[in-house]
Design a protein around this ligand. Structure first.
Ligand code: SF4
Length: 277
């Protein structure tokens, strides 16, 4: 059985940067160091960071001092203001590409466009985009969601940075029929675009794809769907312990890719486990 790892699988630029910033903050140890929600969507990495002194909290309520590390997904303005009002030190690890998407959404709003965001309504990155607007945005997860948009003369579109390009094109197509003026910012980040392209290329060549990453990682889940659409069996796993030998019976080629928050060491462990199978 031949095993091939997709080029570029593993941590993206924004995740590496956020982890370095978080580690540095934890090393300084200035009061409790926390993130609001996990810094990245990978339970194994988050568990390691906990040991280094970076703790995950679900709300700011119980905090009276310390440092809040803003994770790569960014934060809504309301929560940032709450943290500052409590006197917490802020260390901002928002990915610059997420920041750019936030700024583009705010720009569209300031220019008078009705803002449409392509993404997952409850995803922290989308919440950070909507939460930095003065008014409301409509969040859609694909062209079917466009029915909730009342006819607007001027519509502006941005998207969650990890959306597939095909989804953005489909939403833009759908909007063209509903509005007189459309302004679109393609805020899909380069790292996501390249990862999806390379994973799809590999999925087209193998019998089975393993897509490695946190079950809570939206970009990993999407990567698995894309690989399956490419026509091969595709499984989403977090660690080597989830491998099932039955998946590989009669198969000759296995491909591996990983989400933006998947560390290289987990991918390497899976390659070794496959060699044993
Ligand atoms: S996937 Fe892109 S936008 Fe998201 S953290 Fe990585 S580099 Fe930044």
């Amino acid at each position: 059985m031949k095993v091939t790892v997709a080029p570029g699988a593993g941590f993206c630029f924004g995740v590496k940067r956020a982890l370095k910033i978080a580690f540095d903050a934890a090393r300084k140890g200035d009061g409790p160091i926390v993130t609001l929600g996990p810094i990245i969507h990978n339970p194994q990495v988050v568990a390691g960071l906990e040991e280094e002194g970076l703790h995950v909290v679900e709300s700011l309520d119980s905090l009276e001092d310390g440092t809040l590390v803003v994770r790569s997904h960014g934060l809504p303005a309301r929560l940032l203001e709450e943290a500052v009002a409590k006197g917490l030190a802020i260390v901002d690890a928002t990915c610059p590409f997420v920041k750019q998407a936030q700024d583009r959404a705010a720009q569209l709003e300031a220019e008078g466009y009705a803002v449409v965001i392509l993404g997952e309504e409850d995803h922290p990155e989308v919440l950070s985009m909507t939460g930095n607007l003065k008014g409301q945005a409509v969040v859609v997860d694909g062209p079917t969601g466009l029915t909730q948009i009342e006819d607007a003369a001027r519509v502006g579109v941005v998207c969650q940075t990890t959306q597939p390009l095909e989804h953005l094109k489909a939403v833009v197509d759908g909007l063209l029929e509903r509005t007189g003026e459309l302004k679109v910012f393609n805020t899909i980040c380069e790292a996501t675009f390249v990862r999806q392209e390379r994973s799809l290329e590999l999925a087209g060549e193998v019998d089975v794809m393993l897509v490695v990453g946190g079950k809570n990682s939206a970009n990993t889940r999407r990567l698995r769907e894309l690989c399956e659409e490419a026509g091969c069996d595709a499984y989403h796993i977090e660690t080597k312990d989830e491998l099932e030998p039955g998946w590989f019976e009669g198969k000759e080629q296995v491909g591996i890719t990983g989400g933006a928050s998947t560390p290289q060491w987990i991918i390497e462990e899976i390659v070794q486990a496959l060699e044993a199978i």
